[in-house]
Design a protein around this ligand. Structure first.
Ligand SMILES: [Zn+2]
Length: 246
């Protein structure tokens, strides 16, 4: 106890209780700074490499071969394999896709403008159909693919469906973009997932004017692929078509 000037006794002030969450953590600060440093080194290396490619493109405007691990700008494959690619103003492509460009099967702009075409996977994913449906639509002439072949023309590497060539049939890809949805998990955390476009619109209205709608309406339940969205939260695609509104 201490005595004050007027003779009364005061209780000495106690330091506030420790709060580990509010104390400066040197270990965490070091880890954060180290992570930032590594990230900046990585960005710097990428930036240097891009600069080097830009300079080389001025010297070789038609493009040049490039070795390394790069994801192909068209098929997205080969990112983990050390192999030769082709680099030009449209991006870096694997030799298989570049051969398809060189032969005229697909335009060079396919590499820089992925919004101008659907892959077979895009069709499956966007319209929620199984791969057999895409094959059937190709067989029936509903979809007209540009096919990239591999193994000397023995195997199909990839099929592209250009929107320009399906103007009446396929909508622009931006019309079918999903939207981010937030929900609470059981332990109260925020969780985010992407909800497919068809969960929040009237499908018939949304695809009005595009022939793909007619072909979707002819599908049977076994043709739909419903594994990528939450059945507990959204009605399945067949339901949206077949349910009697009355
Ligand atoms: Zn490729």
């Amino acid at each position: 106890m201490q005595s004050s000037d007027d003779g009364t006794q005061t209780i000495p002030k106690q330091p506030p209780p420790r709060d580990p969450d509010r104390e400066f953590d040197w270990e965490k600060a070091y880890q954060f700074a180290d992570g930032m440093l590594r990230l900046s080194e990585l960005c710097f290396d990428t930036w240097k490499e891009e600069l080097h490619r830009e300079r080389k493109l001025k010297e070789f405007p038609k493009g040049f071969p490039i070795d390394g691990r790069y994801p192909c700008a068209i098929c997205g494959k080969h990112a983990s394999e050390e192999e030769q690619h082709w680099c030009d103003e449209y991006g870096i492509k694997c030799r298989i896709c570049q051969d398809a460009i060189d032969s005229g099967e697909i335009p060079a702009s396919a590499a820089s403008d992925s919004e101008s075409w659907y892959s077979a996977f895009d069709i499956e994913h966007s319209f929620d159909v199984k791969s057999k449906v895409v094959r059937r639509w190709v067989k029936e002439g509903v979809l007209k693919p540009r096919t990239i072949m591999s193994n000397g023309g023995q195997s199909v590497h990839m099929q592209l469906f250009f929107i320009e060539e399906h103007k009446d049939t396929l909508p622009p890809k931006e019309l079918l973009e999903g939207r981010s949805v937030k929900e609470k998990t059981k332990d109260g955390q925020d969780a985010f997932y992407t909800e497919p476009w068809f969960c929040s619109v009237n499908i018939v209205e949304h695809l009005k004017g595009y022939k793909i709608l007619e072909h979707m309406q002819k599908l049977s339940e076994n043709d739909w692929n419903t594994k990528h969205f939450k059945l507990s939260m959204v009605p399945a695609m067949p339901y949206l078509f077949y349910a009697d509104p009355l």
